[in-house]
Design a protein around this ligand. Structure first.
Ligand SMILES: NC(=O)c1ccc[n+]([C@@H]2O[C@H](COP(=O)([O-])OP(=O)(O)OC[C@H]3O[C@@H](n4cnc5c(N)ncnc54)[C@H](O)[C@@H]3O)[C@@H](O)[C@H]2O)c1
Length: 367
């Protein structure tokens, strides 16, 4: 077991990377032994909630992105109210990024903030979503439109739970790991790429999760509310990726698939702007291609259902409404000589961005 301590904007977060699922007798002493608790899971992580020892877990209606809505929040708050939980009591979320985002959001608003523990059961959750305090639900078709900053007091990452994860979800998490390797200037990228290119079986899970957790922890500690630029770098691949997810329909392709595709677009933009060295852009694209991610433009999900014209427009609208816009310019995170840099792209350069993201579909945008 590896244990790490972080402080995110005044809240101490303990992280446990271990093989086994923790039990309530591991969780409660750390969260407050005399406190009451309730456990939140989804349909696929219910067996883990049962195994942990939760008597009646609050189970979301289904699973996946579609659950990130007000109904899920109301269900959790109603159950907390029925169980007469107080502000000092504990919300324990068991699942991937969807459960952690929802459970953390509900905990953050319940009586102005209940105690929060997360048990992360997806690679994406471990590499990214469970750590750092961003919570949220999707509203009006917009991802994470409503949310708060509310770090968990403790996060468990039981690697054995990844054995039941569907391969497509493992691949989704691997994209966030690759993002983390690209951003991390302290590791040898070529060696890491070589190890990652061997695929699931050969990847040393504890090592890659630990590296991603350390990087995210370091960045969030320095900028817990994303007011500076460092934390924004964690959005590498996300500006293009979120627009793709929104255009394809939330939940239609996995988050990691969208991020991987977005990373390749960021490399192409970086190449065009003279920021990403060609050999680095090639190495990143090659790795993602080898691991079976979609790297071409337009993404096939934008072609489904006819000519692609409506989805190309939807993509562009989503890209233009990105929350990370500053003074009229969109901000892109672009791999540089090392790590990545933030580059504002003004309206005049948008045709270049469109070409890189939409390829042949750009002709529709001129009509
Ligand atoms: N808050 C943040 O900082 C942050 C960062 C990155 C991503 N996110 C969010 O995370 C979400 C994606 O997270 P995700 O990829 O973990 O998706 P997810 O939570 O939907 O999990 C993917 C699927 O795997 C199932 N599952 C989870 N653990 C399992 C296990 N061990 N065995 C079998 N099935 C299991 C789930 O039920 C679901 O069907 C997105 O909504 C994204 O916005 C948040």
């Amino acid at each position: 077991m590896t244990s790490l301590n972080f402080n995110f904007g005044g809240t101490d977060t303990r992280v446990f990377i271990q093989d086994e699922l923790p039990s309530l007798s591991d969780i409660l002493p750390i969260m407050g032994r005399d406190k009451r608790y309730h456990v939140i899971c989804d349909e696929n992580t219910k067996p883990y909630a049962d195994e942990i020892g939760a008597s009646v877990p609050i189970c979301l209606s289904g699973s996946g992105e579609k659950e990130k809505n007000w109904d899920s929040i109301k269900k959790i708050l109603k159950a907390a109210c029925a169980a007469e939980l107080g502000r000092d009591d504990i919300f324990i979320g068991i699942g991937g990024g969807v459960v952690s985002d929802i459970c953390a959001f509900a905990a953050s608003i319940y009586m102005r903030g209940a105690r929060l523990a997360l048990v992360s059961t997806t690679l994406l959750g471990m590499a990214d979503a469970a750590l750092g305090g961003k919570t949220g639900i999707d509203l009006f078709g917009i991802k994470n439109l409503a949310g708060t900053f509310y770090p968990a007091r403790a996060v468990w990452m039981p690697l054995s739970t990844l054995k039941t994860l569907p391969p497509s979800q493992f691949k989704s998490g691997l994209a966030e790991i690759i993002k983390s390797v690209i951003l991390d200037e302290t590791i040898d990228e070529n060696t890491a790429f070589e190890e990652l290119s061997k695929g699931n079986a050969a990847v040393r899970l504890e090592k890659i999760v630990l590296a991603a957790v350390k990087l995210k922890g370091r960045i969030v500690e320095a900028d817990p509310r994303e007011t500076g630029t460092e934390r924004a770098k964690l959005n590498l691949g996300h500006t293009f990726g979120h627009a793709l997810e929104a255009a394809a329909g939330l939940g239609k392709i996995t988050h990691g698939e969208a991020v991987a595709w977005g990373i390749v677009r960021a490399c192409e933009l970086g190449l065009a702007l003279g920021i990403t060295p060609p050999e680095r852009a090639h190495a990143i694209t090659h790795l993602l291609q080898n691991l079976g991610y979609e790297t071409g433009a337009p993404h096939p999900a934008l072609l489904s259902g006819g000519s692609g014209q409506p989805l190309a427009r939807k993509f562009l609208n989503a890209l233009n409404s990105d929350k990370k816009r500053i003074a009229g310019s969109l901000r892109f995170i672009i791999p540089a000589q090392k790590g990545a840099v933030i580059v504002p792209v003004s309206a005049e350069k948008m045709p270049l961005v469109q070409e890189i993201a939409l390829g042949s579909l750009t002709e529709f945008l001129r009509i």
